[in-house]
Structures are given as C-alpha cells and as structure tokens.
Design a protein around this ligand. Sequence first.
Ligand SMILES: [Zn+2]
Length: 566
Amino acid sequence: MNNAPKAVRLLCLASWGAILAVIGLGFFGCALETEETRLRPALESLAAADLAADTRILASDEFEGRGLASEGEVKTINFLRDEFRKLGLEPGNGESFFQEIPMVLNTVDPAARLDIKGGKKPLSFTYKEEFVARTLRAVEESELADSEMIFAGYGIVAPEYGWNDYQDLDVRGKTVVVLVNDPGFATQDPALFSGRTMTYYGRWTYKYEEAARQGAAGVFIVHETEPAAYPWGVVQNSWTGPQFNLASEDNNMSRCAAEGWIHLEAARPIFAAAGLDYDTIKTTAAKRGFKAVPLGLKASLTLKNEIKKVTSHNVIARLRGSERPDECVIYMSHWDHFGKNPALEGDQIFNGAVDNATGTAALIELAEAFKALKRPPDRSIVFLAVTGEEQGLIGSGYYAEHPVFPAVKTAAVINMDALNVSGPMKDITVVGYGLSELDGYIEAAAKEAGRTVNPDPTPEKGSYFRSDHFPFAKQGIPAVYPSGGIDSVEHGREWTLARAEKYVAEMYHKPSDEFDPGWDLSGAIDDLRLLLKVGYRLAMETAFPNWKEGTPYKAKRDADLAALPK
Ligand SMILES: [Zn+2]
C-alpha cells in the first residue's frame, strides 16, 4: 500500500537514489532501475510450473472440454472466480465476477440432405461429409425449397476496393454459392484488396452477413483448405452438433434460412451440372468486372432445429487502479472450447489445452503477478475470460457491446489465445501489428528482452478477425493479439513453423488438443513478462492510445476521445 502524496514519494525515490549512489549505481542508474525494481516481484512471480498447473486443470477431462452452458462451464467459471478471489481481486461486474450472456442453442438434425435439381441428373449431398449448414434463426424448421442457385463469386460488396459481386443482382429468396477468402488472396495481386493479407471480406462471417443483407435465402461457401486456412475436418467439428448463438430480439429472422459450407469435391459436380468448370469460373471470379452467374439449378434443404435458450458467462475480475480506477487495461482470453461430443468413438472430450486453456491459465498468472506489485498501477487492470469464442466471438462481442468499463476509458485490450508451448523464441508475433499505437509499447518491451516483433506471418488466414480482440477493434478500442513467435532460439524458424503446421493439421479443434507435460512453457513465460510490461506501462499513463491513420477502427476511437471531458 502506498497512499503517500507524490512529493513524498519523490523524496523517497531521491533517498533511494542517494543510497544506491553510495553503493555505486549512480542516480541515472536508479531512475532506470525504478520501474525495473517495481516490476521485479511481478515478473519473478510468473513461472512455467504455475502456468502448467492451471492449464492442466482447465484442460482436464473433469472440465469436460469447457463447453458452453454445461457442467464444464460451471466448473470453469467457478474455478476462475475462486482463483481471482483467492488472489484478492475484485469482482469485475458490480458485485459479481460474472457477466450473463443470453444465447440460443441450436442443434441441426444431421439427417439433413442438400438436394440439387436442374442438371442432367439430380444431386444429393450428405450432411457433415459433403456439406454443413445451419441457420441463426431461432426457429424449429428452416428450409430452402427449390431455391434458385447463383454463383456470386466472392460474395463481396466493397466500395473502397471498387468491388461488387452483387451488382445488378436480385438474390432475394435465392441461394448464393460463394468462394472463401478474397480476390487479393486468390491472385496474390497487391493491387487487389490487401493482396495476400485477408481482409474482413474474406471471412465466412462476412459472407453470411452480406448474403443476409442482400436478402438471399441460402448461402454456401465452397471450402478449400488453403484460402479457408483450415481443413474440412475443422468445418465438420465446429459446424455440427449444438451451435450457440447470441439471442436477439428478432430471433435473428434477418439472417438467411440456411448458411453453410460445401466440400470442394461436392462443389465440382454442382458446377459441372451447371455446365461450368469450377477451376475456370473460380479464376474468372477473382478478376475485376466478374459478373455473377445463375447456375440454372435449384437447391432444397430442410434444417430441423432443436432450439434451447441458455445462459453462458464471461468472467471479469479487476485489480483496482491506484489513481484512476475508472480507466483500465484489459487482458483477455476465451475460456471456452468445444465441450464433448458423445457421438464420437474413443476420446469424446475436446480438451482445448493449447486453445485456450493456456491463455485462460495465463490470466490467472498475470493476475497473480500484478498482485505481487507493491502498489497496483494507476489504472485498473481487468482480467476478462470470455465465453463463446469458438462459436463466433460471442462473449467478446457481447462484452464489447455491453462494456462494464466504458470503451473510451479502456486504454487497450491484450488478447491471449493459444500460448506458445514450444520454448523460447527470438521474436514475438503480433496479430494486429501495424494497426495501432500499441505497437510502440510492444516493440519497447520486446527490445528489452532482445526479441524482434513480427507482423502476422500468415495474414492470409485472417487471424485478426478470428479471435476476441476483433469485436473490441470494431468499438474503437486498440486491441492486439500477441501470439508467440516463429523463430525458436534453439531450433530456428523452419522447425517452429513445421510444429505450428502440425498442430493445425492434427490437433487444432480436435480431441487431441490435450495437455502435454513435455511442453516447454518457458517461451510463454517470456511472452507473459513482455505483456505484463506492456500492460503495466499502459496503466501508468494518462494518454489513451489510438489506431493508426487509415485503419477502419480509428473513427470510432477519435469520436469517443473527442467526447471525453477535457
Ligand atoms: Zn482459441
């Protein structure tokens, strides 16, 4: 505790300076030492063994894969609340550590078939093997009945890039088939969209939002592993079984009756039935001036939904700031994963150890580290464990739209999702690097650790839109997602990238993402020390960081900051 007025504190510093000068450090040494000395107990409290212990608990079978609104959720959020409480943190939402989130749980009957007529012979596709579909509408039955099919290229309306796949097209009541990612990625042409970097227009979420705005009844994305950034197995696992959506007042009736994906090998015969070669039409779709093509086919599909209203929870804890407690820095991780699937043979539990028991455990470790400081930082530090990330950023989206701490007084959000389990790295990758003034803080802390900062090495995967910082960016709050590195100190770059690829192919969103006592978490601890410094410095300032010029998120931040009383 330190409530001494500033002048007294300065005096204390000066006398410390004098003492240190005597032992040979000199006054400037002392001034440099100050932050370091203050941070030392926090930095030292971060330990790989602790991180491993909490990760092991969160990823244990007992926590049942941390599924939403399940016994696993109860165990997870209570565990987090108890840990935060033990550390002496305050509830982050008034009297409560929880923020309730109303959701609809929607389970599609897997007997659904996609039938397509109009070609030489009728085509029929099997749910899960050849296509997946859902509707966000909270209705028990949703259908496409002989809905005319149109190939709408990339399904993008982007005036700033001079692109409109829906130009002069009336798709009301029809079913659009679209490609994943965007023409920039397809052509690798830096003059198209953002070249190799995926724009938000490339994300499946966008494709469905746009199709709904256009009034389409159905929308299917052709799955291809490279532009989607993940194999069909990921689509199968994350799209079948119970799906959670945010409850809305209109029961999401403004969304399409069916939203789905089609396996590439199922899409080819559909195009062939329309007299088209898929690869040829795909190339054409990436060229400026492409015009949508009616396929002359009709799609029918009945989705039988089991609908259930459920409540899930974000967990919020706060270390109250010493000077300006109403301002904050948020550390965030999603606690949820896919729960369990009793239909699977063998292992039925999606333990989500890397994704994201590691990040959730890191929240506890960081909370403990900040508590080890003699005096909390000037601004509050908020630890936010959000729900429903795997279901489409539901918890973070809800918080961003119903913030407990006002957006304008939130200095920054630091998101953690899937920590590095491969040991020390020469670098740190920051998804969202180059977008906001948070860059400078990360660069400084990285430099002190002798590390370099990378932008996202695979921006074509659209990672910036795929984790929980994105809803905060939409609200103007500077948000980054530092995610390990790609250049192992011991094994180099190729080894690290190969490991990451192996994880995506074999474990990502699969029951095999399990805790492994053989992990080297020392690199994750390096990252947490770096992030602790970043958050601490942001919490010791009076300025509010902003987005850089030319980013789509800056206008909202500017407006918020301009409205702040001077
Ligand atoms: Zn994750």
